[in-house]
Write a protein that binds this ligand. Structure first.
Ligand code: UT7
Length: 336
């Protein structure tokens, strides 16, 4: 066996891509029994972006990845690995990673999709980090991309107001010796939560049939209140645990990037952790819940706004179907 050395991994580029089409709360008022006031008060969402029919997840994933590679100064052939966290792959197989690999011309990359719902970007970031730290690869693309509109029931007001389409991507690279990047992660799964947030049909349990389609089993089903309670508890605990065990005081966190499912969840976690508004990334008002794209797109927005500098402490946290949840602690490592 070849001896492996331990390296450090860090984010060196970010990107995002969203469809042009905007669906406002006023538009939704014409589609289901709802109103702007309810949606803003209960979720913080003002509008979201939707893909035109026929646009797959790989489309915006490819555009976001291209932007991240440009920021990192990395050519497609240099990418060793592509990991695509998503619940809305182009197809069940081949993986969306394969489709994006071809579109980008990453001729030397291997890759795969990763299924962990709203926590999938963090789980994917950790697999990228582990691959780099082991010495197996040097440059990885992690691309969270979703076409949530492909699994949304636009007649169900409980869910159709919540989600949106779009993509966020990061380049993760082996860093020069001595430089800190991704420092720590904490991940959890509780399969007991499966019944509260799921898409019943389209897998091997209920393959697509005329009947599953007639019953709307290929749409998102959610018990919002139960998920809400568990999300606040789970995200608060993993955020406090990761900063405490790394002895990073809450006031030293430059940016906290929570998964964007509901502004009230974000605010509840913020209060419990003891953070001020300036420390917390929010883009749910513009994009809704874009599942695996929320965290990388928020990182990109803060990077391009000039809010971040190398060495800043950043904490990421997510909660999603499964249940799955987790946090990541990192030192910012983008030079651009
Ligand atoms: O990203 C994956 C993780 N997902 C989450 O973290 C989502 C967690 N859950 C939530 O964000 C919230 O539970 C929701 C936003 C989904 C719902 O908010 P809520 O404050 O928990 O509302 P609720 O489901 O308890 O419903 C309250 C009322 C109900 O009416 P009644 O029974 O009190 O008469 C609903 O029928 O609001 C009604 N309602 C609506 N009214 C207007 C539900 N949806 C709507 C709507 N417009 N769109």
């Amino acid at each position: 066996m070849t001896a492996r050395t331990l390296h450090t991994a860090g984010i060196t580029g970010t990107g995002m891509s969203f469809p042009e089409k905007v669906l406002t709360n006023a538009d939704l008022e014409k589609m289901v029994e709802t109103n702007d006031e309810w949606i803003v008060e209960r979720t913080g969402i003002k509008e979201r972006r939707l893909c035109e029919p026929g646009v797959p997840a790989s489309h915006h994933g490819t555009l976001a990845a291209r932007e991240a590679m440009a920021m990192a100064g990395v050519e497609p052939e240099e990418i060793d690995l592509i990991v695509v966290p998503t619940v809305t792959p182009d197809m069940l197989f081949p993986s969306t990673a394969c489709i994006i690999q071809k579109a980008l011309g990453c001729t030397n990359a291997w890759g795969y999709d990763l299924s962990a719902a709203c926590s999938a970007f963090l789980f994917a970031l950790q697999t990228a980090r582990a691959q780099i730290e082991s010495g197996a690869v040097r440059k990885v693309l992690v691309i969270g991309t979703e076409v949530m509109s492909s699994i949304m029931d636009m007649t169900d007001r409980n869910t159709c107001i919540l989600f949106g389409d779009g993509a966020g991507a990061v380049v993760v690279e082996r860093l020069p010796e001595g430089q800190q990047g991704i420092v720590d992660h904490l991940h959890h799964v509780d399969g007991g939560g499966a019944e509260f947030l799921y898409m019943p049909a389209g897998g091997s349990l209920h393959p697509a049939t005329a009947e599953t389609v007639a019953q709307g089993m290929h749409y998102i089903h959610q018990e919002g209140r139960e998920v809400y309670k568990r999300a606040v508890k789970g995200m608060t605990e993993v955020t406090i645990d990761i900063i405490e065990r790394n002895e990073v005081p809450a006031e030293d966190v430059k940016l906290f990037v929570p998964h964007q499912a509901n502004l009230r969840i974000i605010e509840a976690v913020q209060r419990r952790v003891g953070l001020v508004d300036e420390q917390v990334a929010v883009n749910i008002d513009r994009f809704g819940n874009t599942t695996s794209a929320t965290i990388p797109s928020a990182l990109h927005m803060h990077q391009t706004a000039g809010d971040l500098k190398p060495g800043d402490w950043i904490v990421l946290a997510a909660f999603g179907a499964g249940f799955t949840w987790g946090s990541t602690l990192l030192r910012w490592s983008v030079d651009a």
